[in-house]
Design a protein around this ligand. Structure first.
Ligand code: TRP
Ligand code: ZN
Length: 477
């Protein structure tokens, strides 16, 4: 789904073309017949060349999932998922065929515009050839029936992600390209879409996705079905449909945001006490970045073997560390990462730097270390640090460097140094303008540095060179 702003820009172009057509001389040329070509097998991201696809703009995913978790121990940790994905999309070129991403599951039927289509799975690509070619701009509905056993997939660094099967369900976290382990998808943040979910699980289990339930769960014949509606445009890596024997806690935050928390009963206790800070945190970050951007929020606290948290849109997922700092970090991502998402995975520091800096500011607000003290701690890392902390190019860390410490800590230090350089007024105006201008869409490092110059009126080339591009410790800026 394109952003509101881009759509407006497109309309302006169309209006201009239409206006010039009025004065143009009558044309005798007959328009060339359209050339239908295959959509690309990637979205053009150098870090993950096969993530996402070309030639399509998905508007909406409706995911109808049936899930059977593993049998009790000592059965293997393998579940079974079957799904029907109904995908509304608009071709962005005249298409002879197009791809979706689908990994580890088998497609058994595909229709396009209600007609059976030819399809093949080549590596992690689902290649779909409709009987009738697709015209640019003409909306089409694609229905993929699929399924198979679920395991515990890992990303290129070896971290668990995607549909992570647990004994009582699944903990679902997709960053950066794991959505394709549970549904056919245009798996790159540049193609945001809205989502609805209908998830059927064994009676009594909770299936928790993004957005809000559309009604209470319905139980019949030993199965409980949960329906969820996520109407805010969302990048695929931020989708979730976690399943477990969760304890649910629903309430309303101080700003009116409805909260839905789902906590594994073995992990009640300390996490729940820290989760109670969520309402105050929403108010705090709304003050810094503008109103909370989505229709709901909440936490899923699950399997601690995954070992990290993820800012799943409207419903952050926590594994090992559902503690105050991490809760603040994932909540801040809802503005910085979710509402405004990376244009390329190389732009990841904009997610992690902002979320970490938000954590620093929350800590200061709570009477702990000041943001300046947290900055000083990063600057205490020696220029010749044996782990080569300062050698990472923050704005281009490589596909294996998305989640290394400098992305978080030098990223946050960059923002603090910027705040000191341009002053609080310009810095917080920049933060709000960033969310306001690029909200609902993606943005790049170049767009960030340009906006910082625009808002501050300063030339910041040398500043950003030292902080984001130089593979060494900044000494002056
Ligand atoms: N984006 C997550 C965060 O809130 C971190 C993350 C995603 C991660 N995938 C990971 C961390 C894999 C380590 C390994 O910071
Ligand atoms: Zn983060």
């Amino acid at each position: 789904m394109p952003s509101r702003r881009r759509r407006t820009a497109l309309l302006v172009v169309i209006a201009a073309v239409a206006a010039s057509a009025v004065v143009a001389a009558p044309s005798v040329a007959v328009a060339a017949p359209p050339v239908y070509t295959p959509g690309a097998d990637g979205a053009g991201d150098p870090y993950f060349p096969f993530a996402g696809n070309g030639g399509i703009d998905v508007l909406h995913y409706d995911l109808d999932l049936d899930y059977a978790p593993p049998a009790p121990e000592p059965a293997p940790l393998t579940g079974h998922l079957s799904g029907v994905a109904t995908i509304d999309l608009v071709p962005t070129q005249d298409l002879s065929r197009f791809n979706l991403d689908l990994r580890g599951l088998t497609a058994t039927a595909v229709t396009v515009a209600r007609k059976a289509a030819t399809f093949a799975q080549v590596g992690d690509e689902l290649v779909i050839t409709p009987t009738k070619k697709l015209k640019e701009g003409k909306r089409a509905q694609v229905v993929v029936t699929y399924g198979g056993p679920t395991t515990r997939p890992t990303d290129i660094e070896g971290a668990l992600y995607g549909w992570v099967t647990t004994r009582d369900g699944a903990m679902v976290v997709n960053e950066p390209d794991g959505a394709s382990t549970w549904f056919p998808v245009n798996d790159h943040p540049v193609d945001k879409a809205t989502y609805t979910f209908e998830i059927s699980v064994p009676e009594g289990l909770v299936a928790v996705a993004n957005g809000l339930p559309t009604g209470p769960p319905v139980t019949a014949g030993g199965t409980t079905t949960w329906n969820w509606d996520a109407p805010d445009p969302m990048a695929a890596y931020l989708a979730t449909a976690s399943v477990g024997d969760y304890v649910v806690n629903q309430y309303t935050a101080a700003d009116g945001t409805p909260i839905f928390d789902a906590v594994d009963p073995t992990r009640l206790g300390a996490p729940s006490a820290d989760l109670a800070l969520t309402s105050d945190m929403i108010v705090f970050f709304a003050g810094l970045y503008g109103a909370y951007p989505f229709n709901s929020y909440g936490a899923i606290v699950d399997d601690d073997s995954v070992g990290y948290a993820l800012e799943t849109q409207t419903r952050s997922v926590f594994s090992r560390s559902a503690r105050e700092g991490t809760i603040a970090h994932e909540l801040a991502h809802q503005w910085m990462g979710d509402e405004v998402s990376p244009f390329r995975w190389a732009d990841i520091w904009l997610n992690e730097g902002w979320a970490t800096y938000s954590q620093w500011m929350w800590t200061e607000h709570r009477g702990g270390a000041t943001a300046q003290q947290s900055f000083d701690e990063v600057m205490a890392i020696a220029a010749d640090d044996p782990d080569e902390f300062w050698q990472v190019v923050v704005a281009d860390p490589g596909a294996l460097g998305l989640f290394v410490d400098p992305i978080y800590d030098r990223g946050a230090a960059t923002l603090h140094a910027l705040r000191v350089k341009i002053g609080d007024d310009a810095f917080f105006e920049l933060a709000k303008a960033w969310v306001d201008r690029f909200g609902g869409a993606t943005a790049s490092t170049a767009e960030f540095t340009a906006l910082a110059e625009e808002v501050s009126g300063e030339d910041l080339d040398a500043f950003f060179e030292a902080w984001l591009y130089a593979p060494e410790k900044p000494t002056e800026w």
